[in-house]
Design a protein around this ligand. Sequence first.
Ligand code: ADP
Length: 383
Amino acid sequence: MPLAPTVAVIGGGQLARMMAEPAAALGIPLRLLAEAPGVSAAQVIADHEVGDYTDLTTLRLVTDGCAAVTFDHEHVPTEHLHALEADGIAVRPGPEALVHAQDKGVMRAALADLGIPCPRNAIVETPAEVDDFGYPCVLKTTRGGYDGKGVWFVTSEEDAVDVFAQTADTGVRILAEELVDFRRELSALVARSPSGQVAAWPVVASEQRDGICREVIAPAPDLDPDLAVQAQQIAMTVAGELGVVGVLAVELFETTDGRVLVNELAMRPHNTGHWTQDGSVTSQFENHLRAVLDLPLGAPDARAPWTVMVNILAGEGAGRLYDGYPHALARDPRIRVHLYGKGLRPGRKVGHVNAYGDDLDDCLERARHAAAWFAGELGDESE
Ligand code: ADP
């Protein structure tokens, strides 16, 4: 008999890998379904199978005997999640909630019903309908996009024709959104347990470049306290009304005229919450696991006035990663480094660093320097 209930995790990326750390501390066994041998999480979770998450037999094999199943990504087919529920496994988050993170069209409709502020949007079926919607606008595939893939900024019918041509074979619906004039992007992160307890971390500012999250500052500097409360309330409302279990990240635009609009939902630990590993009393990974098992949640309070997270993207040249440790760790004994054990394909997220302290500029400088060093962007002048 295991000493604690086993949690199955579907998907072997860095999020599953980072769940393993609090799981080990709490004595909670994890069982992983990895998409290939040796992927990020398979390196650290001994109890793993390699297989296809779209295959129900494989999902049943991995979840057999587990108390609950949770996810590194949102791509497991909804009908399989229903089947696992019928088998008696607690699916967390459950299929009814998860569909809102899988399909942007479903998400927009649900948020409209809840009266949550969103960019003006409509499902469009032809370039002529995009014309009617108006330019400039943003077209998005409702399913399957990530890191800016499946998002197009369009200014003319010609652009719209192009997008429909590119997506014609996929059968995926297209969502049109107004081009939001935003000051910056914010993220409101909460964890919710099945009993309804909610922990809300401070609202953060995230910087995205080419659709990829590069930096996060916690808390968002100079954020109007009313907007911060509004952002947290949106996240708590969405989590409660959609029945989310585990971490919910609500990505928001802070508009130039001082409003917050919801961009996206993610129902799993999120890149904008990686700062919590070192910057808050309880990390998003720990509270995700606690929520999945319906344990009391830990405090989301910040440990320091500022925490900065900077992603390490593999460089065009060879990144340094482990070879960077002698320099990066000696230069800054307070820097916190998280590497994912991933191959160095250029542009890929391979790790992140966190720096926390009393002075924001100092945290920014330290985290940016360390990330740039690992990514191989700095020369040897600072050695
Ligand atoms: P993904 O699912 O790939 O993360 P997002 O919907 O988050 O895609 O869009 C990626 C990025 O594109 C956002 O972080 C934001 O910078 C920009 N973006 C998305 N929607 C809009 C919009 N309606 N107006 C302006 N910029 C947008």
